[in-house]
Design a protein around this ligand. Structure first.
Ligand code: GDP
Ligand code: IMO
Ligand code: MG
Length: 434
């Protein structure tokens, strides 16, 4: 019998992930690349994300809608892995429409995505307050409680909005246990089912046209030869499996999550672009080996405007951590790096990079994901000469100051992954593509 030729899968999907603690500049990169892709998909997280896009003298922060929305030919999908707060979603749709961009017909929302209900947001903040010093420092967007219900198989999904009877039943069931918690543990007023049902019936009217079987849709489009950009939220070190547990978010921002959170199979994925900030930041609690508590840390935060795009909280700042990055690049299978915020280092006479850790008098090169161990390491730095010159106008690698080029070459050598983009400012055009 004649054997069939082996068909090689095409790889039209690219994943963009944060390699650090989030806020690496994923939004900027996704927006920059969106005109080269047909579809942009968010695959996990929810309105805890804050992705900033700067174009035409505007700065817009997106929390739920993919960062391709400002490219008129680009279709945006909110995948099954996302947890959706309808209030945040409608607010965002309105904001985008006010800027003159059509959303209807360009945004598809997975019928399998879970909803964030008002009680999720309430329980998120009540739980955090009760934790005192031990709190995670969540964004308060109800992310954890919503994913808890998803994995406990009690969650309310977008598809449930299409059937009021099902919604009513599920809501009653959920509120029964949530109200017990609110009343008996947190001494709060109970939530009324009917009021909430009325509110969600209103959402349904608006959200209905966007609801789609996105797994099916995406696979059809891939078969037709369309290209897809998968937009990660948060970052590898906040991943519930691979991050600094328990100081993490409740989803998988890593590249594997792009498949489960969208329904796109791994063999469609070619490139995995890891977004690396030229230094490190973290919002919320948890270990951060290279955190600086001095004037240098303050300067990084001041020059880099390091305030959370979602909560406005001050971000903790420190030098780049190559131990954490090597781990992150491996876990995500990063094929190329987009280096962001290089311009923030323009005024430093020296730039440091953590190349290993000391732990109990021993030098270690592997990233401990166990929080207790990670909290005890101290960074070992190598120091590079700063460039003390602006790279803001650089549009090609050769335009960059030689010492800035040297920093990029150093990172490539240490991380063994090519840097294909260097971002030298928040604007769309402030990008060097190599
Ligand atoms: P994301 O969550 O990964 O999309 O990142 P955020 O939007 O939360 O945070 C990144 C911040 O840095 C935003 O304010 C961006 O506008 C800004 N930004 C992105 N790239 C650059 C860059 O290369 N230089 C400077 N100075 N700012 C940048
Ligand atoms: P983007 O997509 C930075 C952090 C919170 C907290 C932890 C858990 O903009 O990079 P959660 O509300 O998810 O339960 O909070 O995760 N966190 C982020 N930090 N950028 C984000 O998103 C984040 N999303 C969540 O500060 O430490
Ligand atoms: Mg952000």
């Amino acid at each position: 019998m004649e054997s069939k030729p082996f068909s090689t899968p095409t790889r039209p999907a690219t994943v963009i992930i944060g390699t650090q603690f989030g806020d690496e500049g994923k939004g900027k990169l996704v927006d920059y690349l969106s005109d080269k892709y047909d579809i942009v998909v968010r695959y996990q997280g929810g309105a805890n994300a804050g992705h900033t896009i700067c174009f035409d003298n505007k700065s817009v922060v997106l929390h739920l809608i993919p960062s391709g929305i400002f490219h008129k030919d680009c279709v945006c999908v909110i995948g099954n892995g996302v947890v959706i707060d309808p209030v945040a979603l409608l607010d965002e749709i309105r904001k985008i429409e006010e800027l003159g961009y059509e959303v209807k017909g360009r945004l598809f929302i997975s019928h399998n995505a879970h909803l964030i209900m008002p009680y999720h947001k309430l329980l998120d903040s009540l739980h955090e307050t009760a934790q005192g010093d031990q709190k995670i420092g969540t964004t308060g967007r109800g992310i954890g409680p919503s994913y808890e219900d998803k994995f406990a198989r009690k969650g309310i999904r977008v598809v449930d909005l299409l059937n009021m009877k099902v919604l009513q039943e599920k809501l009653r069931e959920n509120l029964e246990s949530k109200n017990k918690l609110l009343k008996n543990i947190y001494e709060r007023d109970e939530i009324d089912v009917e009021t909430m049902l009325r509110e969600y019936a209103e959402f349904d009217k608006i959200i209905d046209p966007y609801i789609t079987n996105t797994q099916l849709y995406l696979n059809q489009k891939l078969k037709e030869g369309k290209t897809v950009l998968l937009e990660g939220a948060q970052g590898c070190l906040l991943d519930v499996d691979h991050g600094t547990y328990p100081y993490v978010t409740s989803s998988n921002p890593t590249s594997g999550g792009a498949c489960t959170g969208s329904g796109i199979a791994p063999n469609y994925v070619g490139k995995v672009i890891g977004v690396v900030k030229a230094y490190m930041t973290r919002v919320g609690n948890g270990a951060f080996p290279t955190e600086l508590f001095d004037e240098t840390g303050e300067a990084l935060g001041r020059i880099g405007h390091e305030f959370g795009a979602t909560t406005g909280r001050k971000r903790r700042c420190g030098w780049i951590d190559l131990v954490a990055l090597r781990y992150s690049l491996a876990v995500n299978g990063v094929t190329e790096i987009a280096l962001t915020k290089l311009d923030v280092l323009d005024t430093f006479d020296e730039v440091k990079a953590c190349i290993s850790y000391m732990l109990d008098g021993r030098e270690i090169h592997d990233f401990p994901t166990d929080h207790q161990t990670l909290s005890r390491v101290t960074p070992v730095y190598t120091t590079l000469k700063g460039w003390m010159a602006s790279n803001a106008n650089a549009r090609s690698f050769s335009d960059m100051h030689p010492e800035a080029q040297n920093y990029v070459a150093f990172l490539e050598r240490e991380l063994a992954v090519p840097v294909t983009f260097v971002s030298v400012g928040p604007g769309r055009e402030e990008t060097v593509f190599r």
